[in-house]
Design a protein around this ligand. Structure first.
Ligand SMILES: [Zn+2]
Length: 341
């Protein structure tokens, strides 16, 4: 497998060099466009043209082309792709629009539920894919399988807050991990992640989230956006550590959690547990936080699975799908800290 990867890598390198050479040949000196006559005297409010550089056959803006104060997530540096209509020249140096942002608004983390070699085969040869694959081979490589500007097929039917079909707007990261087995009592027992993998994931997420200015509320588990279908990356994925050490994703404040916990236990939590009003309130909080859930007023299967998904992410010590006082306190602390804007 390593040999095959090396050969693929070599051919990519050769291709890149060829592309770069061709790109240099095609360079041209931009002229002043006739549609907008310019005065020779420079005014102080004239904006500089955005600079474009070509690296490995791909053009990049090297300065901020838009007004970040008028966009929610326009970053300053990214690849740009232009049409090459036969007989015409597309000019991109003159009129970049302020009204633009990135399509990449979410980061979704997965585990492959397969070992290394099978993960690569499935994610490259079958009807599922991800932008990145974090291997388990102990080296410093991270495989990119899909260009960041293209859709990968990793999320499936999915929703978070006001958004649906998150394949359209997300970058997917698959982590090689064998997933879970079910023990005799029916409990899911998950496989741990290697320390080296966690460091790779953290560095990769940090890089992508920074470039696209992806907010903490949009860095999520597959199980968050498809809680009735998915468990990955599961309760052993260290979300708190990523938050503490790398400032990645969401986590609650302890003081707020403690206040909600005290409130929950002082109001005789168990006695109202099966009241439809209480269940409705729990479902409303889950929905407010981001999960797609019907407000049935019943502990139905979808609600239990959604609570379990929430526990995988935010209360991984016990993921039994039961809304106990601690889980409820954490949920309310998160809703308080990350309100829907
Ligand atoms: Zn997944």
């Amino acid at each position: 497998m390593r040999k095959t990867l090396y050969i693929i890598g070599l051919s990519v390198a050769v291709f890149s060099c060829t592309s770069q050479r061709n790109a240099k040949k095609r360079q041209y000196i931009p002229k002043t466009p006739s549609v907008q006559p310019k005065t020779t005297a420079k005014t102080t409010d004239e904006k500089p043209k955005p600079k474009v550089s070509t690296e490995h056959g791909v053009d990049f803006f090297t300065t901020n082309i838009a007004d970040a104060t008028k966009n929610d997530n326009t970053a300053s540096y990214g690849s740009i792709v232009s049409a090459k209509p036969v007989g015409y020249k597309v000019v991109k140096d003159y009129f970049p629009a302020i009204a633009q942002n990135f399509r990449q608004r979410y980061l979704i983390l997965h585990y492959t539920a397969l070992p290394d070699d099978k993960s690569i085969t499935v994610l490259t040869q079958q009807a599922v894919s991800a932008h990145y694959l974090v291997n388990n081979t102990g080296d410093n490589e991270i495989y990119q399988l899909v260009d960041e500007n293209k859709r990968a097929y990793h999320a499936g039917i999915s929703a978070w807050r006001t958004d649906k079909n998150l394949n359209d707007t997300s970058i997917g990261i698959e982590i090689v991990n064998t997933g879970y087995i079910t023990d005799a009592s029916g409990k899911r027992v998950f496989a741990p992640f290697d320390e080296a993998q966690i460091k790779k994931v953290a560095a990769l997420v940090k890089d992508i989230a920074t470039r696209y200015q992806i907010p903490a509320t949009n860095i999520l588990a597959h199980s968050d956006i498809a809680p009735t279908r998915k468990q990955d990356p599961g309760p052993l994925f260290p979300w708190k550590r990523l938050y503490d050490e790398y400032q990645i994703g969401m986590w609650y404040d302890d003081a707020a959690k403690q206040n909600y916990y005290d409130l929950a236990v002082s109001t005789d939590f168990p006695s109202k547990y099966n009241d439809s009003t209480f269940i409705f309130n729990v479902q409303t909080q889950l929905q407010k936080f981001g999960y797609a859930l019907d407000l049935s007023g019943k502990w139905d299967d979808a609600t239990k699975k959604t609570i379990e998904a929430f526990q995988y992410h935010f209360r991984p010590q016990n993921y039994d799908g039961i809304m106990d006082p601690e889980t409820y306190a954490i949920l309310q602390a998160l809703v308080l800290k990350y309100p829907l804007k």
